[in-house]
Ligand binder design. Structure first.
Ligand SMILES: Cc1ncc(COP(=O)(O)O)c(C=O)c1O
Length: 347
């Protein structure tokens, strides 16, 4: 029987309908700005978020790193939350590519407050790095798909305007926040200088992310994308998949969220397994096994032997992610396997 793969929402494969759209996509040389499908995707994302312009990039990492590069000068400081993707999973990119330092602040469910940011902004003194940018992640991966509250975003925006800092949104999964809250994408867009969105996570496209912002910012990002080797030629084949995904796979994220709730409830019904249900708002479930004395990597191995794939997120935590390639039956099977493994291991 095919295993149930809950390792990530990045493992999805293009659907037949998506592949047809890709095969038929109109293409041109995007380094000359002549790929109609890339241009349509960029225009679409800019419009959705109410931004002036957008740029198709290879990955979420490239989008975030371009944003950091284009908002800063070497020696600047970037304020972020300590569990965020840019700090933990982008291979030291900010130091390597932009010569900036990060100032990670402790968050609650991925949220850093306006007061924390205010206190972290450096006074103008030549001893200090120049505080230049705040990065926010919504939804927050390591916090279990938690949504960053809009009210806090508005306050952060007001503070950063007053203190002359820019704000970048790592919106790899902003689509999930939008579907879970009903907050329009343009409303999110209003409060940021730049946004990265991923097409290859919940939306199910095979490749690509989009960076959006002002026209001047995107012009600058375009130059660095070229320097970093990210200029692609007939990229319309993959851009068409992204456009298709936005049009056809956005509303259905609600299904992923309902399925994640089911998994979270199953896991948290075990007396010694903890799931932060307040954080479980979208398609990610993080279960903490520290009270069981079991080690997450060992549980992952046993789950795999039973046909359920997930990943260890720390020595005691597992992550499971719901996505486009799952059906209700897969979730039922996952629930059965979790029950069985926990019964075996905990009795
Ligand atoms: C919150 C967040 N931001 C950025 C990224 C980077 O995306 P990519 O894997 O396309 O570089 C990820 C990937 O998992 C992510 O979870």
């Amino acid at each position: 029987m095919k295993p149930v793969d809950l390792r990530s929402d990045t493992i999805t494969k293009p659907t037949d309908a998506m592949r047809r759209v890709m095969a038929e996509a109109e293409v041109g040389d995007d380094v000359f700005g002549e790929d109609p499908s890339v241009n349509a995707l960029q225009d679409k994302v800019a419009e959705l978020f109410g931004m002036e312009a957008a740029l198709f990039v290879t990955s979420g990492t490239m989008g975030n790193q371009l944003a950091i590069k284009c908002h800063t000068e070497p020696g600047d400081e970037v304020i972020c939350e300590e569990n965020c993707h840019s700090f933990n999973y982008e291979a030291g990119g900010p130091a390597f590519l932009s010569a900036v330092q990060l100032r990670p602040l402790p968050g609650v469910r991925g949220v850093i407050t306006t007061e924390q940011i205010d206190a972290a902004i450096r006074p103008p003194d030549h001893h200090f790095p120049r505080s230049q940018l705040v990065v926010i992640e919504n939804t927050h991966n390591r916090a279990g798909g938690a949504i960053f509250p809009l009210e806090e975003i508005k306050k952060i925006r007001a503070l950063t305007r007053e203190r002359h800092l820019k704000v970048h949104l790592d919106g790899a999964r902003i689509w999930n926040a939008h579907i879970a809250t009903g907050i329009p994408l343009q409303e999110y867009g209003r409060h940021f200088d730049s946004i990265t969105v991923c097409l290859s996570k919940g939306l199910g496209a095979p490749v690509g992310s989009v960076l959006a912002g002002s026209r001047a910012f995107i012009d600058r990002a375009h130059r660095f994308r070229k320097i970093w080797g990210g200029g692609m030629r007939q990229a319309g084949i993959i851009a068409a998949a992204g456009l298709y995904a936005i049009e056809h796979h956005l509303a259905r994220l609600a299904e992923d969220h309902a399925r994640a709730q089911k998994l979270a409830q199953c896991l948290s019904s075990h007396p010694k397994v903890r799931v932060d249900m307040q954080a479980t708002q979208t398609n990610i479930v993080i279960a903490d096994f520290h009270e069981t004395g079991l080690k997450a990597p060992d549980i992952v191995v046993t789950m795999k032997e039973h046909g359920l794939y997930c990943i260890a997120f720390s020595p005691t935590k597992l992550r499971m992610v719901t996505h486009l390639d799952l059906k209700d039956e897969d979730i039922d099977r996952a629930v059965q396997i979790i029950d069985k493994v926990l019964q075996e291991k905990l009795t």
